[in-house]
Every structure is written in C-alpha cells, then in structure tokens.
Design a protein around this ligand. Structure first.
Ligand code: BGC
Length: 749
C-alpha cells in the first residue's frame, strides 16, 4: 500500500512538473498551446520567426538531386542538405521545417486516388471520376480516410488531392482525376474526399484552380471566360468544396485565365478565393506554374512549390529574389507574414501539427476492401437489354481483350501510383512520364472463374480478331473488355485505339450475347452500341477492380453507379470541335474562349437539343426503382424539395433520386441552360421498400452571379422541379414560384 501511494505521488509530481514545463513553454511559444485557436497559433509562430525562416516556408523542393544542379546563391547549401536528409525520395515535394520553433517540415504527396511515390507500393482507389459515379459522398469520404491513413504511415502530412475541375472538355486527359461535369456533384464528392483526408490529421489541397480543362498546352493556354459563367459553373464546384471541407490549401493551375496566369490571378486568388470565400489556408502553385515574384505574391500565391523539377521559369520565391522584392518595396513584409501565416494555419486547424505522421505498417487488405467497396458502388451498368446480365447459371464464357486475364487499367501522370502487387502488364508504352501504363493486379478472368466455378471460361487477347470470334462462337456469352488509357500532360480522343471497335463488332456478330466492359478515363464513342445487348462502364476501377467487375457481372453485387458525365453520341456534339494545340509541341501559345459559358455536359446537350449517347445521371440496376411524390416548398425565398424512391423489382439494390430545377423561362432566369441538378440521394432498398428524402436547395444553384455588385440573384418566376433517375429520365414535375432574391457573394464566415 505504502509503495503504491509513493508511486502515485511520484507520478503526480512528475506529471505536474511536465505540465509546469509545458505551461512555461506554451507561454513563450504560444503556437504549441493546443488551447489556442489555429489563427492565434499561426500568427504567434510567424511573429517569432526571422526573415529567413519565413522565407523557408514559402519554398517547396522536389529532391536533392534536382537541387544540386541549382546554384548556392539560389538555394543555400544548408537547405540542400536538409532536403537531402529529410525529403522522402520519389515524392512530390518537401518544405523544410524550423526546428528552433518546433515547426515540422511539410512532406507532400500526390494525389486523390492514393499515395504516389515512385517505387513505393500503395493502395489505389478507383479513379475519382468512378467514385463520383457512386453519387454517394460517404464513399468518397471513406476513400479519403484510407489514402490519408496510408499517407501518414508513409511519412507525409500533405496530400495533393481534391481534383475538382469540371469535366468541361470530354477529351481532357485528366478527367479521370476529376469528379464529373456538374458543380453540385463535383463539389460534394471532392468535398467529401477532402473531409475524409483532413479528418485523419492531414492537410489536403483542392486543385487545379482554375479552368485547367485541357492538358494540351496546359502551361500556355489562355482561357477566356466571363466571371458570371465561371462563378455559376467551374468556380461553383470549388466554392462548394471549400465550404464543405475547408481544404488547407489550393493548388493554382498552369494555364492563364482571361490573360493572367492562374498563379498570379488577382481575380481568382485574391478576389474570389480569399476575399469572397474567406479562404484562410494557402495557395500553392502547381509544379512549374509560377511566373513572377511580386505579381505572384501580391496577387495571391503563398507557396512556390515543386522547385526545381518541372520546367520552372525562375526561382521566383528564393530568398535572393524575394529579399530583393522586399527591399525594393515591390512586396511588403505584411504580405510575407500573411503568406507564412496562411501556410501554417491548416496544420493547426486540421490537427496535423499536434498529431504528426508516423511511419508504420499499413493494413493493405483492409484498404483494398475500401477500394473494392468504392468500385462496387461506382461501376455503371449502361445497357442491359433482355436482362443478359447478371451472368447467373451461365455454362461458358469467352473473355476477350483489355488484358482481362491479368488486371485492370489505371490512369497516368501524377495520379498514377505504384500499386500493391505491382504492374500486371509492365511492357506497354509509354513506360516513362506520363506513364508507365499500369494495370492493377486484379484479373477479371481469375475473379470471374472464382464467381462462376462451374463455368468454362476461356480468354482471347483480342489482338487476333479471328481467334476472338472463334472463342466467342464456342461460348454461351462473350465479354469484351475495351480500354482507353489517359493521363496527365496529354488529351485523348473519344474513339477507342487500335482494333477495339472492330473487335467488339466482330464478336457481337459471332455471338449476340455479347457484353462490353469499358475501362476508360472518361467518355468514349460506341459505334457498336446497337449490336451489343449489355455495356458496363468500369472507368479505372482501382486495386480490386477485377473483383468488382466480376461480382457485378455475376450479380453478387447489384450495380448502382450513375454517370457523372454525359457520353456524347459523336464528336459533332462537342462544344469545341478541336482542342486548341492538340498534338502540337509543348508550350505552343494557344487560346480558347468558353463561349458555352456555364452550359457544360447535360446543360450543353439541353441547350442545344442534342441527344447524347448516354445522359448524365444514367445508370441501371438489376432491380427497378420508381420515384414518386415530388414536392417543393418555398419558405423565406428558400426552396426545399422532397420525393420518395421505391424498389419496384425483386432484388435488393441501391437507387438514386435526382432532382433538377428547370427555369420556366431560362432567358428570364438568366440561365445558360434549361435545367440544373439541385439535389441527389442514394438509397439502399429491399424489394417493395421505399424511402423519402427532403433537401434544402443551395440558392446559388438557382441563381445567376452578377459581377457588377458581386451578388447572387434569383430571378422571380415559375420554376419546374423535376424528379427522376437520370438527366433524361425525369418523369415527375411540380411547379414552384420563386420570389426575387439577391444576396452578396461574400461569405459570412
Ligand atoms: C500536377 C499536380 C501534382 C504536381 C505534383 C503536377 O504536374 O499537375 O496535380 O500535384 O505535379 O506532382
């Protein structure tokens, strides 16, 4: 007893001593005090810094080898040594810490689908576009938590995730990194990803800000667009994301917007992001996107990242250049303090400062389960004539093409990670940036065999069409896999490469029971669509994509994905016949005017009266659903909508209610297109069951943005609330009268 008391007393004394020490330290170093607000902590840390320490925070580096080629007058030897000692090799970026003040370094890694470090095997989620097809923010959020967990266990505290550019140009090589063509969907899905990431004590970005919608000439293209249309479309996606998730940083993009580089664009960075939206974090530059010192600093760029790997135009934020700008008065010390404060703020706000990453083991099995669940929520059954799918009780299957014996395709560039298990098909060109072309080791053939143990399943590569046809003829069902590889730094086309269209047509002719599985970065044309009864869009389905495909084909999982993009019926339907600079040498100066304004995707098709191949929101299930009881009410000018969804089929499944508002008179409403998505909700329903939902509609989705007085404006009139299960399948409608409403675009934080 005596001994116990003594130990307890001693422990209490020791704890008290530690607390006193901590109090003393917190008093002299208030940024270490968790009781203080993130603002106070960031401000007090910056107040304690020397000029050189502040300048450390605003420069990010790629790696020691790169830096060794840079003069010591630009990057001091001590910094080079620090980068050599502490940067994670093969990662995107590193910012030295300030040990004297207990400020840790920033370790940055790509991207939205998982941790990309060359040579470090990590778990890949399905592409972000695939996850958007789940129309379920909880799926995105779970993915965000998983990749942040891997990032922490790999030693990182910043994830360069949160891609949210709208799919404005269907051939953009990076569409697979984005979250669809609609601002509400994109904002919610990317917002949930960022929330998931930051909930794990990790700083996330949102990117690429803004209008970086083509990869051809991405570093030189100048985009002309009216502020009204921007605010109602591309910027609205970012605004909703920012509000929902408060990402710690924003990555400004390579391109110019209305004649000004995005990373020194006062309208985008200072006015919209920082003033109107009240963004408190920092703006980091895409790798190689900085063009000046004073203009960049004064117009909103806080951190010059990724030096010197990526075609930099100059070391504009190096101590040498920045001190000169301070000395000449071109940049104020106040602004430098603001930059440093903004950079530190999210590390306090997200809990990353107080809970630093720890390198440790990763539960790859559990993480692959997260990825598989995401894929199973996301694959879109586009067509299923005569209920050919699911393949229950089938005796023989011909699997054809797409390396389906080995794995599933992934996208290239900075989102292209080294997957756990390695590359299933390592020999495809390009092997270098933006390659390598990676196939995740999740073989649809093996997985299908596991799901259909009694069936005879053969495989033909598809390179020899005659051999594929012969196999299809001997089999009850043929499943043809087609692929479209896309990636960063190049744009694609809607047509499939090589002999793939001819292959599908020939197989479909040989066997009328032909299913096509598409692994693509975005939309493709399907000249064979009328010849095949079933099509499954798998996008890039992630580390367990083969399992997800097999389980959906066989009915173990009931498909529930819906398209986050429209599929054009032809190139003639695109808003821009050609991508300016497509196929031309890098850095050719080009220009594009977005005269389609906010009419992107389904809005464009509506405005033009075009019928797409598959509409935004389209997606089938093995059961059926019916929407009912549409209602709309207006209270104090605010619209809220409700409806029910019933499972009218025989199987359990997940259905998606979509609510759009169409302006009675789009011209009078000031809209660029007839209707806008205003709400969506996914429900899991047993046969015969139904569920109801009510959602308040974000008023910006009904409004026009008015630049003259920086306001949102709902024009009084009649509006139709349309309810259904796809942009082109909205059987229910109820009218509302909205009163005139105008309010400031400045957030009340
Ligand atoms: C990409 C960014 C990426 C960065 C760092 C750039 O090429 O555009 O998305 O985060 O590289 O790897």
């Amino acid at each position: 007893m005596m001994k116990q008391i003594t130990t307890a007393v001693l422990l209490a004394c020791a704890t008290a001593a530690v607390q006193t020490q901590a109090h003393a330290q917190n008093a002299s170093q208030p940024w270490l005090d968790r009781a203080k607000s993130p603002d106070e902590r960031a401000r007090s840390a910056v107040a304690a810094m020397t000029l050189d320490e502040k300048l450390l925070l605003i420069n990010g580096f790629t790696g020691k080898e790169d830096l060794d080629k840079v003069g010591d007058d630009i990057v001091a030897p001590a910094i080079k040594a620090d980068v050599g000692a502490h940067a994670i090799k093969g990662a995107a970026g590193y910012i030295p810490g300030i040990a004297r003040l207990g400020i840790p370094p920033q370790w940055q890694t790509d991207a939205s689908i998982g941790v990309r470090v060359v040579g470090m095997a990590r778990t890949a989620l399905p592409s972000s576009l695939a996850t958007a097809a789940s129309f379920d923010p909880a799926v995105s959020e779970a993915g965000g938590r998983m990749i942040a967990n891997e990032a922490r266990a790999s030693g990182f505290n910043t994830l360069l995730a949160g891609g949210a550019n709208l799919v404005r140009e269907p051939r953009n090589g990076r569409n697979f990194e984005y979250v669809g063509e609609d601002p509400l969907l994109a904002g919610r899905m990317a917002g949930a990803l960022v929330q998931g990431i930051q909930s794990q004590h990790m700083v996330s970005t949102m990117k690429h800000f803004a209008l970086n919608d083509q990869e051809s000439q991405r570093t030189t293209v100048d985009v002309t667009m009216s502020p009204e249309a921007m605010r109602e479309s591309d910027l609205l996606a970012f605004e909703l994301l920012d509000e929902q998730a408060k990402p710690g940083s924003v990555m400004c993009s390579y391109n110019l917007v209305n004649g000004r580089w995005a990373c020194e664009n006062e309208y985008l960075l200072n006015k919209t992001l920082k003033e109107d939206w009240g963004f408190k974090g920092f703006v980091m530059a895409d790798w190689g996107a900085v063009h000046s010192t004073a203009d960049a600093a004064n117009y909103g760029l806080d951190q010059f990242t990724g030096f010197p790997c990526c075609n930099h135009h100059g070391p504009f934020y190096s101590a040498k250049y920045f001190k000169a700008a301070l000395d000449s008065g071109a940049v104020s010390m106040r602004r430098l303090d603001d930059m440093a404060t903004r950079i530190l703020w999210p590390f306090f706000a997200t809990g990353t400062f107080d809970d630093p990453p720890k390198v440790g083991p990763i539960d790859f099995k559990a993480h692959a389960d997260v990825s598989q669940r995401a894929a199973e929520e996301s694959l879109v059954l586009l067509k299923n004539q005569g209920n050919l799918l699911p393949l229950a009780g089938v005796k023989s299957v011909a699997l054809i093409g797409g390396h389906a014996d080995k794995g599933v395709l992934a996208g290239g560039g900075s989102s292209g990670l080294t997957p756990v298990g390695g590359n299933a098909v390592p020999d495809i060109e390009p092997k270098k940036w933006p390659g390598p072309v990676v196939y995740m080791k999740s073989s649809p053939l093996d997985e299908l065999k596991a799901e259909l143990p009694k069936a005879r399943i053969g495989y033909a590569s598809g390179t020899d069409i005659a051999a594929a046809v012969a196999l299809a003829k001997q089999s009850e069902v043929a499943v043809v896999f087609v692929t479209q590889w896309l990636g960063e730094d190049f744009d694609g086309k809607l047509e499939l490469d090589g002999n793939q269209d001819a292959l599908v047509a020939a197989v479909a002719k040989a066997n009328p029971k032909t299913v096509v599985v598409v692994e693509s970065g975005g939309a493709i044309l399907m000249p064979w669509l009328n010849q095949v009864p079933a099509v499954l869009e798998a996008f890039y389905p992630g580390i367990r994509g083969g399992a997800a495909i097999a389980r959906i084909l066989t009915g173990k999982v009931n498909p529930s994905g819906h398209l986050p993009i429209s599929f054009p019926a032809s190139n003639a339907q695109l808003a821009h016949a050609e991508i300016p600079g497509f196929g031309k040498p890098h850095d050719t100066a080009v220009h594009i005017t977005y005269d389609e304004g906010a009419a992107i995707g389904y809005k464009w098709y509506d405005a033009k009266g075009y019928k797409p191949l598959f509409a935004f929101g389209h997606g089938l299930s093995y059961t059926s659903f019916a929407a009912a009881e549409p209602k709309a009410s207006v209270a104090n000018g605010a619209l809220s909508v409700s409806a029910t969804l019933k499972n009218t089929g025989k199987l359990a499944g997940k259905g998606l209610l979509q609510v759009y508002v169409a302006a009675g008179d789009p011209k009078a409403a000031g809209w660029d297109a007839p209707k806008r998505l205003v709400a969506f909700q996914k429900f899991e329903l047993q046969p015969g069951a139904s569920s109801a939902f009510t959602q308040a509609v974000d008023p910006r989705l009904l409004a026009t943005y008015e630049v003259a007085d920086n306001s949102w404006h709902i024009h009084a009139g009649t509006y139709h609330v349309l309810v259904g299960q796809a942009a082109d399948a909205l059987p229910l409608s109820v009218d509302v009268t909205l009163p005139e409403l105008k309010w400031s675009a400045v957030h009340k934080n």
